[in-house]
Design a protein around this ligand. Structure first.
Ligand SMILES: [Fe+2]
Length: 184
């Protein structure tokens, strides 16, 4: 399923002088996302405290999909924090990001697949895969610079905390930029 919009540039000539600036924004976004991850490392409560924020029974997960539980909403709607519960075999779609996000593994092990965007094929090609274990914290900038899929390839429940740069009502549509992946 592709929901990545086709590039729209109705006034290319007018935009061209701003292209170097636009490219520099990639580095700015990446830097701001790293700052978020640094803040998480410094100020987040410990894993047990966070896991206690889950509703009763939520640690069992769901047979249908990984589950998401809102645990904090910024009063000014600048960010939201969610706990995700992953049963073995459950995975996110391949996606870039419409906004910054960061995550920390609280329990178990997640598998993160990395992809590189190809402007020619307008698809993402997998470049690697790494295991993320409890305590690992990572940030992801907005854009197609960092495309990934997270999932639970282990045989035990995994839980992660995700912080997104949107209000709760926008999490479903305002975070993931779904892309097609090239077939392996
Ligand atoms: Fe993501």
């Amino acid at each position: 399923m592709r929901v990545l919009p086709e590039h729209r540039a109705p006034h290319v000539a007018a935009i061209a002088p701003l292209e170097p600036f636009a490219r520099s924004m990639e580095a700015t976004f990446a830097h701001s996302a790293r700052m978020v991850a640094s803040g998480i490392d410094e100020h987040l409560p410990d894993a047990d405290t966070l896991l206690a924020c889950l509703p009763p029974g939520a640690l069992l997960g769901s047979a249908h999909s990984y589950t998401r539980h809102l645990v904090y909403a910024d009063p000014l709607e600048r960010f939201s924090a969610m706990l995700l519960v992953w049963r073995p075999g459950q995975s996110s779609p391949v996606h870039g990001h419409r906004t910054w996000c960061a995550y920390r593994v609280l329990q178990g092990t997640l598998s993160e697949r990395h992809y590189r965007w190809s402007p020619e094929t307008r698809r993402a090609r997998q470049t690697g895969q790494v295991a993320r274990t409890a305590g690992d914290t990572f940030s992801v900038p907005a854009g197609l610079q960092h495309i990934h899929a997270l999932g639970n390839a282990s045989d035990a429940i995994a839980v992660s905390l995700h912080i997104y740069g949107v209000e709760p009502a926008s999490i479903a549509t305002g975070v993931n930029l779904l892309v097609d992946a090239e077939l392996a």
